[in-house]
Design a protein around this ligand. Sequence first.
Ligand SMILES: O=P(O)(O)OC[C@H]1O[C@H](OP(=O)(O)OP(=O)(O)O)[C@H](O)[C@@H]1O
Ligand code: HPA
Ligand SMILES: [Mg+2]
Length: 179
Amino acid sequence: MQDDIKAVLYSEEQIQSKVKQLGEQLSEDFNGRNPLVICVLKGAFIFMADLVKAITVPLELDFMAVSSYGQSTKSSGVVKIIKDLDVSVEGRDVIIVEDIIDSGLTLSYLIDVLERRNAKTVTVVALFDKPARRTVDLEPDYKGFSLPDEFVVGYGLDFAEKYRNIPYIGILKPEVYEK
Ligand SMILES: O=P(O)(O)OC[C@H]1O[C@H](OP(=O)(O)OP(=O)(O)O)[C@H](O)[C@@H]1O
Ligand code: HPA
Ligand SMILES: [Mg+2]
C-alpha cells in the first residue's frame, strides 16, 4: 500500500497538531452555542473523529454520505446523497466537516441543501484544500492545509475505496490510476 505513494505531503504528527489547533479555535468561536457537527462520509470519518475530541463545547453530531468520485480521480460532477441526516438542521448552528475541497461541487451542493432546510448558520471546516481545481467559487471558514494539484490519499481519503487507513496524506503514484 505504502509503495503506491509517490511523496508524503503531511505526516501523521503534522496532521494531528493541525487538527488540535482547529479544535481549539472552534471551541473558542462556538463557546456558548451547541453546534450540530456533520461528518461528510466517507472521506471525513477520521478527521471528524479526531476533531470532535479536540472540541470542548457541548455538541451533537450526525453523518451524511455523499459521493461523486466513485472509481475515478475526477469528479463526475453529480453529487449523490447516499445517506441523509437523521436529525433536523432547522434553527441549528451547523458545522460541516469535510476532508478535502477539490472542485467545490460537493460542498456547494451540501451548503445549498442545509440552507434550504433552514439551518441558522452553516460553517465549513475542511482539513485539506486544493484551490487550483476549484470550479465553483467557495472558501472554507476553517482550513488545515493547502495542497498542490495532485490526487492524494490517506487520512480518510481514498482512491477506489483504498488507502483510507494510511495515517498521513500522500500523493498517489499516477501509474496506480492510469493502469
Ligand atoms: O470538492 P469536490 O471536487 O466535490 O471533492 C471533495 C469531495 O470528494 C470526496 O468524496 P467522494 O465523492 O470521493 O466520496 P468519499 O468521501 O466516500 O470518498 C471528498 O471526500 C469530498 O467529499
Ligand atoms: O485528491 C483527492 N483524493 C481523494 N479523494 C478526493 N476527492 C476529491 N479530491 C480528492
Ligand atoms: Mg472518494
